[in-house]
Ligand binder design. Sequence first.
Ligand SMILES: Nc1ncnc2c1ncn2[C@@H]1O[C@H](COP(=O)(O)OP(=O)(O)OP(=O)(O)O)[C@@H](O)[C@H]1O
Ligand SMILES: [Mg+2]
Length: 612
Amino acid sequence: MIVKSMELVDFRSFKGQHYFNFDRPPGLYFLRGRNEAEPNLGANGAGKSTIFDALCWGLYGKSLRNLKATNIHGWDSETSGTHVNLAMRDVNGDIDLIHRSWSPNSLLLNGEFVVQDRLTRHLGIDDNSFKHSIIHPQFGDMFFDLAATPKLQLFSSVLNLDYWMSLSDLAKTKAKSNETATVNFEKKIAKYEGRLDTVSDNIKEFIEAKKVFASVQKDAVKDVQKLVLKLNHKLKDADIECTDIEKKLNKLEKRVNFFNEEELKWKKKRAKLDEKLSDTIRYKNDLTQEITRLVVSIGNIERVGGVCSLCKQKVSKIHIKEQINDFELKEKKSRKLLKPLDQELENLEDQMEVIRDSLKNLKSAQGDTDIKIRKFEIKHAQLGRDIEFCQQGLTDQKRSLKKIKTKENPHDVQIKKAKAERKKIKLRIDKLQGKIDKAQKKVSGYEHWIKGFKDVRLFLLEECLTQLEVEVNNNLMQLGLDDWSIRFDVEKETKSGTISKGFQVQIKSPKNKEVVPWEVWSGGEGQRLRLAGTMGLSNLILNRSGVVSNIEVWDEPTQYLNRVDDLLDLLYQRAQDLQKQIWLVDHRSIDFGGFEDVVTIVKDKNGSRIEQ
Ligand SMILES: Nc1ncnc2c1ncn2[C@@H]1O[C@H](COP(=O)(O)OP(=O)(O)OP(=O)(O)O)[C@@H](O)[C@H]1O
Ligand SMILES: [Mg+2]
């Protein structure tokens, strides 16, 4: 934090615009005052402390005494607001311009609006540390003035030792949350394990059911195969029987044909015989009629005597005789022809009888054959139906066999599903176990760091204390306290595990055998001890925070001191050693040859002003 210059406007007793130049070489500077407005007050009330109040307000928005903004605005100022402009140089050597105003309120860093946190981060040091390392204000307790606990709090906070405590707390929280997570994961695992048992039992049941299904399926296949075999046999038998019947039918057909041919033959014979018989009967009738006619004619000739029976003319007896003889000869001839006809007719009748019998026998044989054919045809039709039935049955059974064989075991799906679920659950359990392992590792890691961070803090604390002791004891001798030494004690873990809190300052002087608290000493002694402690802490803070400051301010450090030469020498030496501007602000008139420069703040009726 390198301050180059400051402009303050209407800030407390500084009315209007004023500049304070910090762009000076290292050395001890004296800021004194002259109150011309109230000469009785001498240097008091001139506006010395106000310079550094303005610096603090410009940087942090707070005055050194934490005054409200309304109280820093100049009472007699002609404007309604207050502002401070600062020119700083950052670590890179670049110039930063800070502008802070009240009424209207604004904070700008290099012309851009910023929030205080951003500026504080940019400065690298907060207001509390600032007030214990760069400006040692007139009012407010120095480090030693604080009670044991606030002293430790300040020490921890300015050195950021609480950071380690917060890390330890964070580790504790994390350990706990990981422990809780572990318990939750375990609960989930227990739930999944229960589910895993159920699923495993299900798988066993499904496997059993699968076996039963397979065996039922096998039996069904066997049954169908048996049926197929049976049907095949039946079909074969029916086929054989069918062929046999067809052969028989074939034979019977031939027989029928034979019978038909025979019948035709016999019928032809009968027709021929019928014709012959008719012819013979007709011939017999003709002969009989001829005989009758001849007999009648003979009778007529005899009855009419001498007259021709034909022409009714008178004829001679001879002629009549000849005619009768002729007729009688014809009759005789006809009778002779008639006589064998009965025998012939009888023969023909006998023949006809034979034909009739043959036809009758043939008919009867035909009827028998027809019956047989019918019977075989019925049987054949029956067998046809049987064959069809068997074939349909075979088709059905083959289809059913295929269906049975191709029917998937429903338990396969159940097993597959259950196994997939088991795998999923196992994966989840593994995953959760992995999470538990991870969480447990974290728990042990965090548990380690609960103490680890505390140890780091204690280590740093002790290191800082050692450094502080060395610094402070160096200063003591220069402040005229030869052979005096200061010892610091801070919280420590007691044997019973509790922590004794507080920051104790113990003094060992040539006057005491044992250490005594610093509060026992007189005002002057105490002030020397106080200054030595404050300087040591200042060095420690800047050293630890890495902040480089070109100024250090001591506002009224000489109170209680009778002699100030030791302090002046110390501050002079300190300015050389630290290569800083050390500003001694004092109401006394101090004559010291080592001052690099003396700046006077004068207050008159126009307010305060800087006389450089
Ligand atoms: N808001 C304000 N407006 C104007 N003047 C103020 C305001 N607040 C305080 N003052 C006055 O400003 C003057 C300067 O105060 P400051 O504390 O800077 O004096 P000092 O020089 O440090 O005096 P001392 O030696 O007593 O410490 C005082 O007289 C004080 O009363
Ligand atoms: Mg003052």
